[in-house]
Ligand binder design. Structure first.
Ligand code: ADE
Length: 226
């Protein structure tokens, strides 16, 4: 998979890709990430990328031309499956969307700023708009980092235990059951006996029951979609 991220603040985005699982995924060549500084496509000596909005109103708007230049250049080199715009009024990110995106070859992610982008960018270049939740960030960068993390960890070979993404919370619309490790007894707190029994089918059944119980307590809304 290849991900091209268009941003005014590449430095804000880089560190999540320089540690742990994402770093290893890049080193193993399971994913390629490219940052494109929108300023490099800005207009004139000042490399202008934003302007006042027509009709008046507070806040600057990202102009169409620098974004067009950048996206068109990328598209001249390969075909993209999706051009995603990170925005609080996009479709809220969930595991299903992450699963879908993880099957794609090439995607572009555009990070918004200020009051957003000229609507014509959204109308003519963007194929999907994603929000990471009902709150407003200063820009799309942190949202893009969240999106990339959740997608990249699903790529085959990224997680060492092939099954571990399948047992994550939200796969199957269930939250993950509780987990324990040694010691089996800490102070007077005992690990559930069943987990020490070695009876794999019983343990699986216990985990399913706990996942269901936990989902019913915390996120009954998820069970409605099952
Ligand atoms: N940009 C600003 N707020 C955002 C959000 N909640 N999700 C994605 N991008 C954003």
């Amino acid at each position: 998979m290849r991900i091209d991220i268009i941003t005014l603040l590449p430095e804000l985005l880089k560190s999540p890709f320089e540690a742990s699982i994402l770093k290893r995924a890049i080193e193993k060549k399971l994913v390629e990430i490219y940052f494109h500084d929108l300023r490099d496509y800005g207009l004139g000596n000042y490399r202008q990328v934003d302007d006042y909005q027509f009709g008046g109103g507070a806040g600057m708007v990202l102009m169409i031309e620098p974004i067009d230049t950048c996206i068109t250049q990328l598209k001249s080199q390969r075909t993209y499956d999706e051009v995603i715009y990170m925005t609080p009024d996009g479709q809220t990110l969930n595991q299903k969307t992450a699963n879908t995106l993880s099957t794609l070859q090439n995607i572009i992610i555009l990070c918004g700023h200020y009051k957003g982008v000229d609507q014509r960018v959204r109308d003519h270049f963007i194929t999907r708009e994603i929000s990471i939740g009902d709150y407003v960030l200063s820009g799309g960068e942190l949202g893009a980092a969240v999106l990339c993390d959740t997608v990249i960890r699903l790529l085959p070979g990224v997680l060492s235990d092939e099954t571990s993404a399948l047992t994550d919370s939200f796969q199957d619309n269930l939250l993950a059951p509780p987990v324990y490790t040694r010691p089996a007894l800490y102070k007077e707190w005992q690990v559930p006996e069943i987990l020490l029994s070695g009876n794999t089918p019983k343990i699986e059944q216990w985990r399913e029951e706990k996942a269901y119980e936990h989902t019913l307590n915390r996120r009954p809304d998820l069970l409605k979609d099952k």
